[in-house]
Design a protein around this ligand. Sequence first.
Ligand SMILES: Cc1cc2nc3c(=O)[nH]c(=O)nc-3n(C[C@H](O)[C@H](O)[C@H](O)COP(=O)(O)O)c2cc1C
Length: 520
Amino acid sequence: MSPTISPTELSRHDNITSLWIAIDGEVYDFTEFAPTHPGGIDILRQHAGRDATAAYNAVHSASLVKSVLPESKHLGRLSSPLPVSTSTTLSSNKTAPKPPLSRLISVNDFRLAAHTFLPPKTLAFISSAATDCHTHRRNNTTYSEITLRPRVLVDVSAPVSLETTILGRAVASPIFVSPTSLGKTVHPEGELEIARACKELGGIAQVVSTSASFSVADVVRAAAEHPGPGPSSPTLANKNNTHPVFLQLYVDKDQSNTASLLHSLTRTKTNPPSPSKIQGVFLTVDAPVPGKREADERVPPPPTTTTTTAASTTITPMATPLTPSSDNRGSALGRLMASYISPSLTWHATLPWLRALLPPSVPLVIKGIQTAADAVRAMEAGAQGIVISNHGGRSLDTSPATILVLLELQRCCPEVFDRMEVFVEGGVMRGTDVFKALCLGAKGAGVGRGVLYGLGWGKDGVRKVLEILNDELVTTMKMCGVTRLDELHPGLLNTRAVDHLVPEDLSEEHPYAKWRRSKL
Ligand SMILES: Cc1cc2nc3c(=O)[nH]c(=O)nc-3n(C[C@H](O)[C@H](O)[C@H](O)COP(=O)(O)O)c2cc1C
């Protein structure tokens, strides 16, 4: 039986040299873990010696604490409950009722509707992008600059199957769910609901963020327990009635944390070994430092309250004088979340290190490629895939729209499409966007914010967002005279309006400005 700890004893451990916290009636020692906490040490210091159940549950799954702390750090049960001092969630501060799903017929409808009921801080976190948001906008608008070249008088009566593979796994569609952090800020079951929707749709690939509210193991478990469409579904891509789950990886400043995370997900002690919990790793490389997201910085967390009345218990775990709200740069959740991410990844050290950590059967994909030269480097480094991405315009404003980078690869290094899988994400809001990406060689197109807006309605909302995109893709294909994904090719597009923006070769030099400040 675990020891009993009194509130008085708990309250003695209220500082960084001895940092105990109670969660759901259990007391944990966070002293060693605190400096590496992904959300920063300040938030743990704020709750040191206290009951942090409400703040914890607002962003984390119940089981996460047990998976990140060793058993020895679970000290015992709290002898009597403590009054709740601060609580609860970014998503509890609703401002309007949600419109019914039946009224929403486009991804943009979801975006607009989410603006009516998501609390301001959650909305700012999701919708924000770096500085003036040029890249965020252009990710989307550049798709509309590329026009279609429909072929008519083609029999398109055959049913269209969107089934394909992603990194060797059968999927129901080339559209996949991009990794996003803190799903619980939108829905209490966050990434679990996304997994359920992906499974119900017959196997949509889901990339789960290292900074998700739920661990990947929780996501895999939730999907396994969810009935899904059943193996008898005639359109089921994945006959095993599962959906592929990939881990998006931020390498921790303390690399041993990353090593043990990967070990726990890909290696088992069982004999014979059970399969890896994840079907691949997407290493994010476009956010070595946090982007300056001004909307997220500007919107303060809801005000702190110390009362326990039902009406006033709405607060984020960040709302204290120690949190970003007291910082003279603002109060961005994104910046707080990024504090554990290593800024020192390199081609020559990080990739071989990661490859050696992963079993050979687990593919490694580099997420955040923004030039043809880096695509070639990734290929030469032995990556199984790349994601052309600029983090949805959240990292570096005025970096190129992702569809332009896809064109750059076609122009400068077309061989990469035969040697590895190329994915693209950023600004995908329509089936026509997906169609254009696929015509230009993408194996799949990822959706980030659109899925989060759908998550406001739980799994049914996520499902509807993905269904809308699938339907629009099928309609576009038929209108263009094709009924199979392998019939898509660049000739179905006119890219002249943007061709002048596409670099012409792999050179890392400017085409004519050769001047250098330093001769070194
Ligand atoms: C709220 C939010 C959180 C995100 N968190 C992560 C993350 O934890 N890891 C990551 O690699 N990318 C993250 N991204 C970037 C997405 O994976 C993806 O690149 C981007 O959302 C695609 O653009 P879109 O939102 O226009 O579809 C996040 C994006 C958003 C909107």
